[in-house]
Design a protein around this ligand. Structure first.
Ligand SMILES: [Zn+2]
Length: 184
């Protein structure tokens, strides 16, 4: 049984939240989302919410698979919805790493909007050597299934993914030393 599944079962059996600071990627690597604040570096805590029963999506996440919220001291925490993430694991398993890096992009850059978090997730998978054509096609296909999305996600999965790719192309074209803020 994969570690993720065992972790989820453990969370479900514990009746709610489970907490960790590492994410098991699809290639088996244990990865951490690290954030720096006031010169201090920490691994972002990951909390799994929900009891795992079908239909039991955690209300705090508003139906999202995952979300980032600050803890009382202002450090970001990634909350995963047990049920939604399990559904992704069953039907769109290629989305799990992408979701992790999307949430990590929010955690490390609170100013990033949904498009920028998606863009950063794509680029990070590329930097990690995980992105290839089949994966890109699979992630695109999942996005295109989402016919209606809140406006912060571009209104539809097709638009969200088109904008993500446009952002990726634009960011790839930037020299490493020049930030987007320097360009007009
Ligand atoms: Zn997001």
């Amino acid at each position: 049984m994969p570690v993720m599944v065992r972790l989820l079962l453990a969370c479900a059996l514990a009746g709610g939240a489970g907490s960790a600071a590492a994410f098991e990627r699809s290639d088996g690597a244990q990865v951490r989302c690290e954030v720096e604040r006031d010169g201090e570096r920490r691994a972002v805590q990951e909390v799994w919410l929900g009891h795992g029963e079908s239909g039991d999506r955690h209300p705090a996440l508003g139906g999202a698979a995952a979300a980032v919220r600050p803890d009382p001291d202002g450090w970001p925490v990634i909350y995963f919805d047990v049920v939604t993430m399990r559904t992704f694991r069953q039907s769109d398993p290629h989305m799990l790493d992408f979701i992790f890096y999307h949430e990590c992009a929010h955690a490390t850059g609170p100013e990033r909007d949904e498009l920028e978090a998606n863009c950063e997730a794509f680029l990070e998978l590329e930097r990690q050597g995980l992105m290839d054509e089949p994966l890109e096609r699979a992630i695109a296909a999942t996005h295109r299934k989402w016919q209606r999305l809140p406006s912060r996600y571009g209104g539809s999965g097709i638009t969200f993914w088109e904008k993500t790719l446009a952002c990726v192309d634009a960011r790839r074209g930037l020299p490493k030393t020049e930030s987007a803020a320097d360009r007009h």
